[in-house]
Design a protein around this ligand. Structure first.
Ligand code: AMP
Ligand code: MG
Length: 358
């Protein structure tokens, strides 16, 4: 009985201590939440690289260093994969057909992934699109509508099956003279993931990087809320966001005909080319946004879905694990994949969510 009583006393003390500890730790947590994160050191910078405007924001002790490192990494990736920089891997491959060219790990990884998406889309996404892209010159001063003959001839230089990879040597060969690799549809996604990895290596909890239509957010906003990422109005000559999506730790990648195009005789010619027709991809789709974890896949997917069009494109989104998407058509209807139906907010009443299909 004495033992029991003593034991009872001990139990009461134990409960008392547990209560004290719980109260103490909950106060600690409360205090952590009350820290004014907006007073943290922060870096907010823009630059131009990879043919697009880059914006980056980072919050935390090493914010400045993280942005320096990230921008340096973007320049490095551009120097490896640009079609026009003469020392780049891609330039060397394109200038030396039928020869294995040793490339950097980055370039090898991106070409390999691009070929996987080419396979997946039956060649609608094709990183050997380079000669057609050059022929049209969209986004350059040389932009023009080529003749039918030129298109037929140049189309014959596009085929992802004519690329050989040597994984031991990390080298790449194109089989036909005149064919050209172009990683414009996927390199920015790879770069965004590389920047995210740099950010995470520094234990920065809150950051944002935007490479043109390619946005990645790390963590929450410093105040603890979700990042609200705007989706650009896909109509030609319209600036600003027509919808927004609240996210944390995600990438939001958009492809649209409005990004680069020219007009001739009332027709719009934009920069995403259908390798089968040799002309800019035509469908009712004017914008595609992919929401997922990795920008590398999201970039390849947004371009792929744009070319595939609404039905096949949404099917690809729904069948890819962890991937959500928004497809916008010419009638300004938004089609949302099943996982983001309640996450998109329309900001411009001319657009509406179409709930009837999918
Ligand atoms: P994005 O803005 O990511 O959709 O990529 C568009 C860019 O990808 C273009 O400016 C071209 O450099 C390249 N591109 C165009 N058509 C294709 C295609 N069918 N497959 C792969 N890349 C393409
Ligand atoms: Mg893309």
């Amino acid at each position: 009985m004495k033992y029991l009583l003593k034991n009872k006393k001990n139990i009461i003390w134990l409960i008392f201590f547990v209560i004290i500890i719980v109260i103490f730790t909950s106060c600690q947590q409360q205090n952590d939440e009350n820290i004014d994160l907006s007073k943290l050191p922060q870096e907010n910078r823009t630059t131009f690289a990879m043919n697009t405007l880059i914006k980056m924001k980072a919050y935390g002790e090493n914010a400045e260093e993280v942005v320096d490192k990230s921008f340096a990494r973007l320049n490095e990736i551009e120097d490896e994969m640009s079609k026009t920089v003469k020392s780049s891997d891609i330039y060397k491959i394109n200038q030396n057909p039928q020869q294995f060219i040793k490339v950097d790990n980055d370039t090898f990884t991106v070409i390999k992934k691009a070929l996987e998406y080419a396979e997946l889309t039956d060649g609608k996404f094709d990183p050997t699109i380079g000669s057609l892209v050059d022929l049209w010159g969209i986004g350059t001063e040389k932009a023009r509508v080529p003749s039918e003959e030129e298109i037929i001839k140049t189309k014959k230089l596009v085929n992802y099956q004519w690329v050989r990879l040597d994984k031991n040597e990390k080298s790449v060969k194109i089989l036909k003279p005149g064919m050209k690799l172009d990683l414009g549809a996927i390199a920015k996604g790879y770069a965004a993931d590389e920047v995210r990895n740099i950010i995470q290596g520094y234990n920065i909890d809150s950051a944002y990087i935007s490479l043109g239509g390619n946005v990645s957010v790390v963590g929450n906003k410093p105040d603890g809320s979700n990042w609200n990422v705007g989706i650009q109005d896909p109509r030609l000559n319209k600036a600003g966001a027509m919808a927004s999506i609240g996210v944390k730790n995600k990438t939001i990648v958009t492809s649209g005909n409005y990004e680069r195009y020219f007009k001739e005789n009332g027709n719009i010619y934009h920069h995403i080319i259908n390798p089968i027709s040799g002309y800019p991809a035509r469908s009712d789709v004017i914008g595609v946004t992919i929401v997922t974890l990795d920008s590398f896949d999201a970039d390849a997917l947004s371009t792929s879905v744009f070319i595939l069009g609404l039905t096949e494109g949404m099917e690809l989104i729904e069948n890819t694990e962890g991937v959500e998407g928004i497809i916008i058509n010419k009638d300004l209807e938004l089609f949302l994949s099943s996982g983001i139906k309640d996450k998109v907010q329309i900001l411009d009443s001319e657009f509406e969510i179409n709930k009837s299909k999918f």
